[in-house]
Ligand binder design. Structure first.
Ligand code: C5P
Length: 467
């Protein structure tokens, strides 16, 4: 009902505008601009192509570009304000609208505010503005989906490409920010939450939704689209992060997770490592622009987007994968490698016998960190290990630094009380030749970002390093 009324109103307004523009001998877009200007709203003249003149905020760098995908929800009207907020920040905005979005706002108005043609069709050869979905997907620094409906989120999570918006989202290799907006029950539905989890695992950033009144009378709950200012702030943060790529052109090698040491084809020795810290480091390194190889033991975590992931089981496989991945500028050994393996693991499943349990004889595994740190040829300039300790954390870490000949040891307390193993927080002591630095307790993601920042700074300070 609401969308029908809006559509009728829209059609009536459009035909009035058409008449007015014809009477005044102007184009429709020009007419809209003049009306908005008279109402105190600023719009840009319609340029044929990006980039447009930069506003104050980002003058030093090339103008930041955002591709805004508007999908069909009542919150679409807020996207017009979002366009203005982004433009105020000197960001060039290109707009794609789904068919459903056009039930709520017209491409004409969105285009007048954005200062350019709004793209709506996958095949739009009739217009001079057709630049193709691949260019739309790539000629941007960030893709923002606001509002992101349950339907578009489902398409994105499943890789569907059924219209221009979903095709662009599948074709892009740029970061994606979504601002979901929908009825609270749709938001809470398991299917939407499943799609959300998948999108987050794929590296999508999410802003909102917020709690509050919905457009439907009497409905309240979580589902309102984040306010345009909140979305604009998230855009700025992502653009800044994208601008700062201190490891661009560098190769980072990371180990993560436990190893499984077979006893027989069905049994193995393992440990409680979740891989959360190593995987977080891989994500942070990708975000910093590095070419990342992650050698991962068996974990229940998704592969970090953008990293080259090599899956291994045992310590010996992990060492082989690490050696195959060299050379690297930085090697970070976050895996909890099993110290011992079962000597002569059985090729067949061991049977219970009347003679009692089998005696397992253990052999020492190769120390991957020490092997790489002691290499004469092809040692990465920065080799970093972890020390998981349950007591005398710093003292043991110092001894380990000397013994393994690595450059830094990140020591942490993994006693049961610390909750580090499998948990989301970590307290790190960075031990190096320069001394010991204790970091505040923070999430594993924050530890990862801090470590990557430090590693980038250390590389830059090395002879031949880049700023
Ligand atoms: O000797 P410890 O296991 O405490 O050393 C921990 C550090 O050494 C971690 O960085 C871990 O990834 C690395 N390590 C390794 N290979 C092993 C044992 C530990 O790379 N076999």
């Amino acid at each position: 009902m609401a969308s029908l009324t809006i559509r009728k109103l829209d059609e009536a307004l459009k035909s009035q505008l058409r008449l007015r523009a014809a009477r005044n001998g102007r184009s429709m877009e020009e007419e809209i601009r003049l009306i908005l200007a008279a109402a105190g709203e600023e719009t840009e003249p319609p340029p044929a192509a990006l980039p447009q003149p930069a506003a104050a905020a980002m003058t030093a760098r090339p103008q930041a570009r955002v591709l805004l995908v508007i999908s069909g929800g009542i919150a679409a009207y807020k996207s017009l304000d979002l366009i203005r907020r982004l433009k105020e920040r000197g960001i060039a905005v290109r707009v794609v609208m789904t068919q459903a979005a056009q039930e709520f706002v017209t491409p004409l108005v969105a285009g007048a505010i954005a200062g350019g043609h709004v793209h709506t069709d996958l095949f739009d050869e009739r217009t001079e503005f057709d630049i193709g979905h691949i260019r739309l997907a790539r000629e941007t620094d960030l893709v923002v989906v606001a509002p992101a409906t349950a339907d578009l989120m489902a398409k994105m999570a499943n890789g569907l490409a059924t219209d221009l918006a979903s095709t662009v989202l599948l074709a892009t290799d740029r970061p994606v920010l979504i601002a979901p907006a929908m009825n609270p029950r749709m938001w809470a539905h398991k299917a939407t939450q499943r799609n959300l989890a998948r999108l987050v695992a794929d590296g999508t950033t999410v802003v909102g939704p917020n709690a509050g009144e919905m457009a439907e009378r009497g409905e309240a709950g979580v589902g309102r689209m984040a306010e345009p200012l909140e979305i604009a702030a998230a855009v700025e943060t992502l653009l800044r992060a994208r601008g700062a790529r201190p490891l661009a052109g560098k190769r980072v090698l990371i180990t993560s997770g436990p190893t499984h040491e077979p006893i027989d084809p069905v049994r193995y020795i393992a440990n409680r490592s979740s891989g959360k810290q190593g995987h977080a480091i891989a994500r942070a390194a990708v975000d910093a622009g590095a070419a990342v190889t992650l050698v991962s033991g068996p974990v229940g975590l998704p592969d970090p987007a953008g990293a080259n992931v090599v899956h291994v089981e045992s310590a010996r496989d992990m060492l082989a994968a690490v050696e195959a991945a060299l050379p690297a500028d930085v090697a970070i050994f976050a895996a909890a490698v099993a110290d011992w393996r079962v000597e002569g693991a059985s090729a067949q499943k061991l049977k219970k016998t009347a003679g009692g349990p089998p005696a397992l004889s253990l052999a020492e595994n190769p120390d991957i960190l020490a092997t790489i740190a002691r290499r004469k040829d092809g040692r990465p300039p920065l080799v970093i290990g972890f020390a998981a300790e349950t007591e005398q954390v710093v003292a043991h870490a110092k001894a380990k630094l000397a013994r393994k000949r690595c450059d830094w040891i990140l020591a942490n307390d993994v006693s049961a009380e610390s909750g580090v193993m499998g948990g989301d927080q970590n307290t790190i002591h960075l031990v190096s030749a320069d001394g010991v630095e204790t970091w505040p307790t923070q999430t594993k993601d924050e530890v990862a970002r801090m470590l990557i920042e430090r590693a980038a700074a250390a590389l830059a300070a090395m002879p031949g390093g880049q700023p």
